[in-house]
Unconditional design. Structure first.
Length: 85
């Protein structure tokens, strides 16, 4: 699948940017705010990404998202209203 290939490429960027480092990565899925470019990944995609990192000895945690109903979890603040200019 195309999404899996994109996830593998992104994981490679992370791994190659810190060669030899022992990493712990917290995976916090993006909250869907209705933006046309950014969307919440599927649970399956998050798990695939986690497995790619695990296979390369990078320990990961999948964090539970909170604040989905407010579009405001983990420092992500957004509004669904359009800005008036």
């Amino acid at each position: 699948p195309e999404a899996a290939e994109e996830l593998a490429e992104f994981a490679k960027v992370i791994i190659d940017s810190v060669p030899g480092a022992k990493l712990v990565v917290n995976l916090i899925p993006f909250n869907d705010i209705g933006h046309p470019t950014y969307r919440k990944p599927s649970d399956e995609d998050v798990k695939v990404f986690q497995n790619i990192l695990w296979e390369r000895s990078i320990f990961t945690h999948i964090r539970t998202t909170r604040g989905d109903d407010e579009s405001a979890a983990c420092g992500q603040l957004a509004t669904k209203k359009e800005k008036v200019r």
